[in-house]
Design a protein. Structure first.
Length: 81
C-alpha cells in the first residue's frame, strides 16, 4: 500500500510546481510543506541529484517532481531563511 493511500508509488506533487521564468517548472516550498501535511508526513528531504523526498509512515518516498539541481535546492532552502 502506498503512503498516499492509493495505488501510486509516489506522492502526487503536481501542486508544488509552477512555470518558472524560462518555462521551466519551479518547485514552491510552501506547496511541498502542504503536501507533507496532506499526506500526514513528518519530514521533507531536499538533496541535490534527487527529487524532493517525503517521510511518510517512517519511510522515505520520492515525489514525482524532477531531480533537484544545486541551484534549485539552494533556492528552496533560502525560502526558509
Amino acid at each position: 500500500m502506498s503512503p498516499a493511500g492509493g495505488t501510486a508509488n509516489r506522492p502526487s506533487s503536481s501542486a508544488a510546481r509552477n512555470n518558472g521564468s524560462e518555462g521551466e517548472e519551479e518547485i514552491i516550498i510552501d506547496d511541498l510543506l502542504r503536501l507533507i501535511v496532506d499526506k500526514q508526513g513528518s519530514d521533507l528531504h531536499l538533496t541535490v541529484g534527487s527529487p524532493p523526498m517525503l517521510r511518510l509512515q517512517g519511510k522515505l518516498w520520492p515525489t514525482d517532481l524532477p531531480v533537484l539541481t544545486a541551484k534549485e535546492t539552494r533556492r528552496l532552502v533560502f525560502q526558509f531563511l
